[in-house]
Design a protein around this ligand. Structure first.
Ligand code: U2P
Length: 283
């Protein structure tokens, strides 16, 4: 009898606690950044298994630039990035899925203000748009990455500052840009890989260069035959490991056997001025 009423009391406490968490927004959530702002609450969301660091190739992304604004790094004219930039550091599960939007708390850009130079250079937004935040609003690219992915990296990270700082350091330590552009593996010409709008390179050569440098299999994502992203994966202690989607990377559906690394030609000055809406216009 005593243990029964004890269990009942515990149950009541548990219900009260869950209600408190749910009202205060502390429960983990999974799901997508839905346009309709519906967030699916999933109480069983578990700790992630590994990290994927996603590098994006601005030459491919910036080809889609139609108008400019100050926050878009594609719009920096001759200073537009010519290196792979960071898309994000994502927590992943070994089954190929990933947690997202784990806890409710607002992104505070002030916490990473001392990292701005590094973020602007290596982790800039390549778009004028404002991505959705997890809880229905719109925000910055960094806010999106922190809310959707960074907050699901517990127990490794608990705050924005360490998440962004560590990501910058891991990116610099495993930088694919010099690995690819100083490689001549399978390239078919003595000059190695060069950003170009006409040349195509064997995907296998790019993958081999990364395998040789970091001793892991990367994941490669293409868009219209061009390298869009290269992902390198890490155990939770940041030792490199294969990405789950990296098996037999040359047969990956998104990339052909020969891929391009487009060179981005910035919009010319006049077109940029004519098409330059304020940041507010593009929200
Ligand atoms: O690949 C398309 C988008 O899915 C999200 N993604 C992909 C792989 C992964 O391991 N984790 C992950 O979250 C990314 O969404 P975003 O951060 O851009 O919102 C990726 O762009």
């Amino acid at each position: 009898m005593a243990s029964f009423s004890c269990r009942r009391a515990l149950l009541v406490l548990e219900v009260l606690f869950v209600t408190f968490l749910s009202v205060s927004g502390f429960l983990p959530e999974t799901g997508r950044l839905a346009g309709d702002d519906i967030i699916e609450v999933n109480r069983s969301q578990r700790e992630f298994d590994y990290f994927a660091l996603s590098f994006q190739w601005p030459g491919t992304y910036c080809r889609g630039t139609r108008h400019c604004c100050s926050k878009n790094a594609c719009c920096r004219g001759s200073n537009a990035p010519t290196h792979f930039t960071i898309h994000g550091l994502w927590p992943d599960y070994n089954d190929g899925s990933w947690p997202s939007c784990c806890y409710r708390s607002d992104f505070n850009e002030k916490e990473i203000s001392t990292l701005m130079d590094g973020l602007e250079k290596y982790w800039p937004s390549l778009s004028c748009g404002s991505p959705s935040s997890c809880h229905g609003g719109k925000g910055s690219f960094w806010g999106h990455e922190w809310e959707k992915h960074g907050k699901c990296t517990s127990p490794v990270f608990h705050d924005e500052y360490n998440y962004f700082l560590t990501t910058l350091n891991i990116y610099l330590k495993h930088n694919v840009t010099p690995v690819i552009f100083s490689s001549t593996i399978d390239v078919g010409c003595p000059f190695g890989y060069v950003a170009s709008n006409s040349d195509k390179y064997p995907l296998g050569g790019i993958v081999t260069a990364i395998q040789n440098a970091f001793h892991i299999n990367p994941e490669v994502v293409c868009k219209k035959g061009a390298i869009d992203e290269i992902r390198i994966c890490f155990y939770r202690d940041f030792k490199p490991r294969d990405c789950v989607g990296s098996k037999d990377v040359t047969s990956k559906k998104s990339c052909p056997k020969y891929v391009s690394l487009p060179e981005y030609t910035p919009l010319d000055g006049e077109a940029m001025v004519l098409k330059m809406p304020s940041d507010r216009d593009v929200l």
